[in-house]
Structures are given as structure tokens and as C-alpha cells.
Design a protein around this ligand. Structure first.
Ligand code: NDP
Ligand SMILES: CC(C)CCC[C@@H](C)[C@H]1CC[C@H]2C3=C(CC[C@]12C)[C@@]1(C)CCC(=O)C[C@@H]1CC3
Length: 344
């Protein structure tokens, strides 16, 4: 008992210097956990946190960071906008297997993976999708393909007989202050004059999840992860439970930052196939010049289709409910990005 209680509140957040990871660290500290962070780069200071800088692709780097802890949160990933297939495979698949191996060797009891609701998304409508949907047979990009591999590996590693329990959290459309993907890319797109039109008719409902709710879901999962718990070895959607039309959300952020929001819609399929053609062209031109298109087929599909998910399983098995409502999250996000405000 002494060993378990001593380790009980000790945890490590792999990827803890990232957008979501740092919010998980902050929530853990609020809840009285002893927190270590393992990341490829240290991006913030906090005297309460023990930092380990390393590469999760190197299992030897991991050992010191997870020694004598009960719970590991794994939220590291290359940015989805990367086009480095090998990097995605090494970090998200091989790196995750390293984490599982290192956790078992170190006697870690709980592994909470940050997966993604996109592991079941193939570019067509998903309305109130449950965790029973099959994995995407044709993921829309390589990032998603490696997230599928990663989740399968972690859930299969759940082993009560080895006192090792795993769970996968599937957030969708995480947003909030310090985000490095959604708002910065949206603002860049607006500044380039590319948000004059919506993609599609603007009615497609989508889940956007305020980052504090995602961190809350991760801690709930860890607290419910123990022998004989129904949480073990399962995936859970964590959303704001308030699906919103994609372009209504984007317009709220744009107008909040004093950028014009799109008023007219362009036919979804026209833009989708244009994006697919552009992606092929960029691939052919890559040896001559590297061009990264704003409107990738994945982003166009996300902008033009329904994709929202049921978090009923998290509500029932973990008592999850969002702690920050969507409207409040949007206001906090706009406030957090005042430095990206349109001053023209
Ligand atoms: N953002 C979103 O909308 C969604 C995100 N997710 C998942 O949530 C998780 C967190 O996402 P997010 O916070 O947005 O991502 P970030 O890129 O902000 O954070 C990821 C962190 O992992 C670090 N990292 C990357 N490679 C390695 C490595 N080899 N070794 C150690 N650390 C590494 C990154 O460092 P560096 O920055 O230097 O690369 C970064 O600090 C990811 O697993 C992502 O797949 C799921 C659904 C939606
Ligand atoms: C077409 C543009 C005007 C859209 C600008 C916003 C997009 C950059 C974001 C809208 C939906 C976001 C999203 C992700 C990244 C950023 C967006 C495409 C993810 C792909 C991040 C990683 C995941 O696991 C799934 C996310 C789905 C939603």
C-alpha cells in the first residue's frame, strides 16, 4: 500500500510542453499531483514541474522520466500539418511502442493516450458518432493513419494480469489560448484573403472542444483507470457536447479578432476535388519547389462535412461533462489571441 500511495499521485506527461499537454500539466498540479514533463523541447518554466528533455523515439530517453510514477499521459505528436510520413510513423507508432515498453519495465500502472476522433473519419459525414464506429479503412492523411496504429497499440497493451491499464481519449477540434494549429492557421488564411467564401452551405455541424475540457477528460480517465474498471482498454470521445456549424465557429473567431467572415458558400465537391488536384500538383512539383497548400483535402473535408461525436460513454463510465461551455471557450480564445487581432 505504501508503494502505491507513494506513487499514487506521481505522473509524467509526455508531450507536456505542447498545447494540450501543458493544460494537462496545469490541471494535474491543481489537483495536487507531482508532475514530470517529458518533451523534445522545454518551452516553459515551472518550479513545481520536473522536466526531462528527450526524444520518445529513443526508449532509453524515456526511462528516467517515468521512473517511480503511477500514471503516464502520452499526448506527444508531430504537428498534423507536417508532411513527413517517416516522422509520423517514428513518433506516433514506433515511439508509442517505446512508451508502452518503457512503462511496463518501469512498473507504471496507467497509460492515458491522447488519440483523436479522426481515427474513424474518412471524409464523409459522421453525426453523433460513437466509439463503436470502425477505424477508418482509408484515413485521409498519414497523420490520421498513424493515430489509428497508435490507438490500436495502446488499447491492445491493456493487461490487468500485468497490473498495466490503458485508455485512449479521442478529442476533436481542440481550441483555446496557446493553440498552435487552429487559430494561427485560420488567421493566416484570413490575412491571405482566403476566407471570403465558405466551403459548402455552412450547415455542417462539427465538434470543437475547449482545451480545458480535454484536459479534464484525461484526468477523469486516469482516476477511473484501475483493476476491474470498465474504462480499461477502451476509447472515449471527449467533446464540448455542443456541435456547432463549422463556419459559425470560424466566423465567431474571425469576427472576434476583427477579420471579415465568409458570407457566401462554394460547392463542397468542387473545392474538394480542386484541393485533391492541387495536392497532386504539389507532390509532382516537390523536387523543384516545396509548396504547402492551405486547403488540403483533409481540411476541406473537415470544413464541408458533418463530424460530431457522442461522448455518452465518457458521461456514463467516467462521469464526464464539459467544465467550460463552448460560448465561454470561444470568448476566452478570442481574448487569448488579441495579439493576432486585425488592426487594418
Ligand atoms: N489539436 C487538435 O485539435 C487535436 C489534437 N489531438 C492530439 O492531441 C495531442 C496533442 O496535440 P497538440 O497539443 O495540439 O500538439 P502540440 O504539437 O502542441 O504538442 C505535441 C508535443 O509533443 C512534442 N513532441 C513531438 N515529437 C516528440 C518526440 N519525438 N519526443 C518528445 N516530444 C515530442 C511536441 O514538441 P515540438 O512542438 O517541439 O514538436 C509538442 O510539445 C496529439 O497527440 C494530437 O494528435 C487530437 C485531436 C485533436
Ligand atoms: C479551411 C480553413 C479556413 C480552416 C482553418 C482551420 C483549420 C486549420 C482547423 C479546422 C479544423 C481543425 C482540425 C485539426 C487541425 C486544424 C483544423 C484543420 C485537426 C486535424 C488536428 C489534429 C486532429 O487530431 C484532428 C483535428 C480535426 C480538426
Amino acid at each position: 500500500m505504501a508503494t502505491r500511495s507513494r506513487k499514487g499521485k506521481k505522473c509524467t506527461v509526455i508531450g507536456g510542453c505542447g498545447f494540450l499537454g501543458r493544460y494537462i500539466v496545469e490541471r494535474l498540479l491543481e489537483e495536487g499531483y507531482t508532475v514530470s514533463v517529458f518533451d523534445i523541447a522545454k518551452t516553459f518554466e515551472d518550479d513545481r514541474v520536473k522536466f526531462f528533455v528527450g526524444d520518445l523515439c529513443q526508449e532509453k530517453d524515456l526511462a528516467p522520466a517515468i521512473s517511480d510514477v503511477q500514471t503516464v499521459f502520452h499526448c506527444a505528436s508531430p504537428p498534423p500539418s507536417s508532411d513527413d510520413r517517416d516522422l509520423f510513423y517514428r513518433v506516433n507508432f514506433v515511439g508509442t511502442k517505446n512508451i508502452i515498453s518503457a512503462c511496463k519495465k518501469a512498473g507504471v500502472q496507467k497509460l492515458v493516450l491522447t488519440s483523436s476522433a479522426s481515427v474513424v473519419y474518412e471524409g464523409t459525414d459522421i453525426k453523433n458518432g460513437t466509439e463503436d464506429l470502425p477505424y477508418a479503412k482509408k484515413p485521409m492523411d498519414y497523420y490520421t493513419e498513424t493515430k489509428v496504429l497508435q490507438e490500436k497499440e495502446v488499447l491492445a497493451a491493456n493487461s490487468p494480469e500485468e497490473n498495466f491499464f490503458t485508455v485512449a481519449i479521442r478529442p476533436h477540434g481542440i481550441f483555446g489560448p496557446r493553440d498552435r494549429q487552429l487559430v494561427p492557421i485560420l488567421v493566416d488564411t484570413a490575412r491571405a484573403g482566403k476566407t471570403k467564401f465558405m466551403i459548402g452551405n455552412g450547415e455542417n455541424l462539427v465538434d470543437f472542444t475547449y482545451v480545458v475540457n480535454v484536459a479534464h477528460g484525461h484526468l477523469l480517465a486516469a482516476e477511473h483507470l484501475h483493476k476491474d474498471s470498465p474504462v480499461c482498454g477502451k476509447a472515449f470521445h471527449i467533446t464540448n457536447d455542443e456541435p456547432i456549424p463549422f463556419w459559425t465557429f470560424m466566423s465567431r473567431i474571425l469576427e472576434g479578432l476583427n477579420y471579415p467572415s465568409p458570407k457566401m458558400g462554394l460547392p463542397y465537391l468542387l473545392i474538394y476535388y480542386l484541393a485533391a488536384f492541387l495536392q497532386l500538383l504539389c507532390l509532382l512539383l516537390k523536387p523543384i519547389k516545396e509548396i504547402k497548400p492551405t486547403f488540403t483535402p483533409m481540411r476541406v473535408a473537415l470544413a464541408g462535412t458533418y463530424h460530431y461525436y457522442s461522448c455518452q460513454r465518457a458521461k456514463q463510465l467516467m462521469g464526464y461533462k464539459p467544465v467550460v461551455p463552448l460560448d465561454e471557450g470561444i470568448k476566452l480564445t478570442v481574448k487569448g489571441y488579441a495579439h493576432l487581432q486585425n488592426n487594418n
